[in-house]
Design a protein around this ligand. Structure first.
Ligand code: UDX
Length: 445
């Protein structure tokens, strides 16, 4: 099929475009970011995604994927248009749908044959209705277009794997012809006929759900809300474990043995950051309030996340002595999670800002995300070398579990840190080893 992906140079759009092209479709990715479009045309991915660049190079060479800044060019031949533009939070927690509305206006002007418009971006169903109205101003529903909700469940860093081996595909629509087009789009994945690299193949059948647009969007919101709930739950249990002298790692083992619970997604830490979980949960809380329903549980999931950041901050500040003024802290791990260079809504950056505001000097280190962090937060000194970041600091906090931190040479760390407090948020270090090197150790749980 001929497919257009609007927002095709962003995280979701690019993975979707590359994924669809590997399924055998002809893909045009449209994006307003001309720098990214240019990079992608040359086969360079601006985002860190496992396995993406080699696949992209091959698809470009075979002419299966193209990148453009022109929406006119992008949709000229398209039978289906995916909308994968950003839907950021408004100051009141609602969803800023302005980018999607602009795309819908362009589509209303440009569509000239029956086209399925499939929304990948997460948005409340009222926003889907708004897009529908914009399209209907110029087009005949069911004849020239049908709007579909097709939420993404991609984890950054392993997006392609999630695209090809999804836990489910969800399609929400009110139109049988649109369902039929969507089935054709995903058919090579569902029947296993697509020729995929080994790492992306699966023998497990992929559940394919067809439902209404509002249910499809709610499946997406509920999934992210549930994931966020698990994180806040385990962070609260970790705080209790630490106060009651229990070991949260062993608690997760014990909890996870109950198959109704499982142990996935129960890793304590600084809380959930990144572009999705907090934004989507905040939007869901807002939706509940707008509909006169009190979201007590979801609200407290957000509150625990906020308190978790303060918990980490307090460990550092209290551990350094009566006042953070004049002290130096190294923050190790700046991306919102390991394996990416994405600092959008990174709690590491919020922590750095809070520490700097309280009078501390801040050092930052990350294996991938220093340029991105520097762009967002200038009140810190960044180091490419982790031992240079640790030189002369009063405390350091390890926020993720990359091998570089797991395998820290503690002798070197002890020699370089002035007064060595290590706050090991992900539990990647052996506390006994840290203490035996004359360093102080603290963790979550
Ligand atoms: C998430 C969802 O997993 C994905 O299905 C959805 O489509 C988009 O949002 P992503 O934002 O890429 O994906 O990151 P994820 O790996 O889920 O992590 C989100 C945050 O939670 C990170 O800050 C991570 O460090 C944190 N986290 C995750 C924990 O603190 N503990 C965990 O056990 C898992």
């Amino acid at each position: 099929m001929r497919v257009c992906v609007v927002g095709g140079a962003g995280y979701v759009g690019l993975v979707t475009g590359v994924g669809l092209a590997l399924l055998g479709h002809e893909v045009m990715c449209v994006d307003v970011n001309s720098t990214r479009v240019e990079e992608l045309e040359n086969g360079n991915s601006p985002i860190q995604e496992e396995g993406l660049e080699p696949v992209l190079a091959e698809l470009l060479q075979r002419g299966k994927i193209r990148f453009t800044t022109s929406i006119e060019t992008g949709i000229e031949q398209a039978e289906i248009v995916f909308i994968a533009v950003a839907t950021p939070s408004l100051p009141d927690g609602g969803t800023d749908s302005s980018h999607a509305v602009t795309v819908a206006r362009d589509l209303a002007r440009l569509i000239h044959r029956y086209t399925v418009v499939a929304v990948k971006s997460t948005m409340p169903v009222e926003t889907l209705d708004q897009l529908d109205s914009v399209l209907k101003e110029r087009l005949i529903p069911g004849k020239q277009f049908d709007l579909v909700s097709n939420p993404e469940f991609l984890r950054e860093g392993r997006g392609l794997r999630d695209f090809f081996r999804p836990d489910r595909i969800v399609v929400g629509s009110d139109s049988e012809p649109a369902f039929s087009v969507m089935r054709q789009v995903y058919q090579p994945l569902i029947d296993g006929s697509a020729e995929l690299p080994e790492a992306f193949r699966t023998d497990t059948p992929i559940p394919y759900l067809e439902t209404t647009p509002s249910t499809a969007q709610m499946i997406k919101y509920a999934s992210n809300a549930f994931l966020a709930t698990r994180i806040s739950f385990i962070n609260e249990i970790a705080g209790l474990c630490q106060r009651l002298n229990a070991d949260v790692g062993a608690v997760v083992e014990g909890l996870g043995l109950d198959p109704r619970i499982g142990k996935a997604y129960l890793q304590p830490g600084i809380g959930f950051g990144g572009p999705c979980l907090e934004k989507d949960l905040t939007a869901l809380v807002r939706l509940a309030q707008d509909n006169n329903y009190d979201p007590v549980l979801l609200d407290s999931v957000l509150q625990r996340n906020h308190l978790q950041l303060i918990e980490v901050q307090n460990k550092l500040i209290n551990g350094m002595g009566p006042s953070p003024v004049g002290k130096t802290v190294a923050v190790l791990g700046l991306a919102f999670k390991e394996g990416t260079n994405d600092v959008r809504n990174s709690l590491a950056l919020r922590l750095m800002k809070d520490l700097a505001d309280s009078g501390a000097t801040v050092h930052g280190h990350d294996p991938l995300a220093i340029p991105e962090a520097e762009e967002q937060f200038q009140d810190a000194t960044y180091f490419e070398n982790v031992y240079e970041a640790l030189a002369g600091v009063d405390a350091a906090v390890v926020l993720n579990s990359v091998a570089e931190y797991r395998d820290l040479d503690l002798e070197r760390v002890a020699a370089t840190m002035k007064d060595g407090l290590l706050v090991d948020v992900r539990g990647v270090l052996n506390s006994g080893d840290v203490l035996s090197h004359g360093l102080r150790y603290d963790s979550i749980g």
